[in-house]
Design a protein around this ligand. Structure first.
Ligand SMILES: NC(=O)c1ccc[n+]([C@@H]2O[C@H](COP(=O)([O-])OP(=O)(O)OC[C@H]3O[C@@H](n4cnc5c(N)ncnc54)[C@H](OP(=O)(O)O)[C@@H]3O)[C@@H](O)[C@H]2O)c1
Length: 326
């Protein structure tokens, strides 16, 4: 069976596979447990060694299912990443990055995930209402208590990542070691400021929605309704993809990328993921799947070679966002 590659997470010692298994909208939500179990097994069999989840995914249900499925495997064999920040209740302290909420949710996540420690504990978004030093301190305390090994951030702007690294150094605390931004051919924004900041400070990037929610698989035809059973066809799941990617122009470009993939013997999904992995700042792409066959397809991105001319042509087809002059 094809094996994935491993990379260090930024400058840090832990090694993760270039493809990770995600759980947003899938495990513990729209994917039945037997299929999720087969996906996890396929992931392990292919060498994937890390799983991404979040407390807020289906209000704890994703973590509960991930925990149940991982109970079949040795704890040493995988790197478990989860997140905190999203609302977990209606109370005033049931969200955000305060010490109280992070401490309580860390323990709740440990229970749901059936484990003693979280390898990578990520701040799902910034919390402008909590001083950064409070969040840095609770992450340090949780690490010293053995509840987490590393902490990271997700969708934090470059300036805040820099501030967190600098402040952690002043406080004598562990800095964030990773960032989890949205990144794909259809969303290249991190290349502008976030990736350079991460490279400068040794943070790895584990990127989400590398297929633009499935649009970059080329399975959606311009001018056609989405096929039944896909994320785009389900109004309870498709809001982000409709807002961000659902235009005839983008669907057409996805068809062009699919044709370019075919020309070099790849599927569109493999090309889209392998393109992400070409950036120096990217450690791993997180793959969300609803079927084992999708993971089988995507895992092959790990050792897919994109010739330079095809890489350049893709960058031209999906240009960087235009930055307005200040
Ligand atoms: N930090 C954050 O804020 C954040 C946000 C979002 C996601 N994430 C993480 O990143 C992971 C990936 O995000 P995502 O699910 O949006 O990623 P994505 O790769 O852009 O989209 C995944 C979806 O595309 C479809 N798909 C995947 N592989 C396919 C293939 N080979 N052929 C055809 N269709 C395929 C599946 O949906 P259908 O089969 O239903 O069409 C699948 O659920 C999540 O699971 C989560 O762990 C993090």
């Amino acid at each position: 069976m094809r094996k994935v590659q491993y990379r260090q997470l930024g400058k840090w010692g832990v090694r993760i596979s270039t493809i990770g298994l995600g759980s947003y909208l899938t495990i513990g939500m729209h994917v039945d447990e037997e299929t999720a179990k087969q996906c996890v097994k396929f992931a392990f069999d292919s060498g994937i060694n890390w799983i991404d989840t979040a407390n807020a995914y289906n209000r704890g249900q994703a973590e509960i299912t991930v925990g149940k499925l991982l109970a079949d495997y040795d704890r040493d064999d995988y790197v478990l990443a989860t997140k905190v920040w999203g609302p977990m209740g209606d109370g005033p302290n049931d969200r955000g990055l305060s010490a109280k909420h992070v401490f309580e949710q860390c323990h709740a996540s440990l229970k749901r995930l059936q484990t003693d420690y979280i390898d990578l504990y990520q701040c799902h978004r910034p919390d402008p209402d909590t001083p950064l030093e409070e969040t840095i301190r609770i992450m340090e305390d949780l690490a010293r208590q053995g509840k987490i090994l590393y902490w990271g951030v997700s969708e934090w702007p470059a300036e805040l990542i820099q501030e967190a690294v600098d402040l952690a150094a002043i406080m004598g605390c562990r800095p964030p070691i990773s960032n989890q931004p949205r990144y794909s051919l259809m969303w290249r924004v991190p290349e502008e400021a976030v990736f350079p900041t991460c490279l400068k400070n040794g943070l790895g990037n584990v990127v989400f929605s590398p297929l633009a929610h499935g649009v970059l698989t080329g399975k959606y035809e311009p001018g056609q309704p989405p096929p039944a059973g896909t994320r785009a066809a389900d109004d309870t799941q498709n809001q982000i993809m409709m807002d961000m990617y659902w235009t005839d122009e983008k669907l057409q470009k996805a068809q062009q990328a699919k044709a370019m993939a075919g020309d070099i013997g790849l599927t569109a999904a493999q090309l889209a993921m392998a393109w992400c992995l070409r950036h120096d700042a990217v450690t791993s792409v997180i793959s969300g799947v609803t079927k084992v066959a999708q993971l089988e397809d995507n895992v092959a991105a790990a050792d897919a070679e994109i010739p330079d001319d095809v890489y350049e042509a893709l960058c031209e087809l999906f240009p960087l966002p235009t930055v307005e002059a200040p």
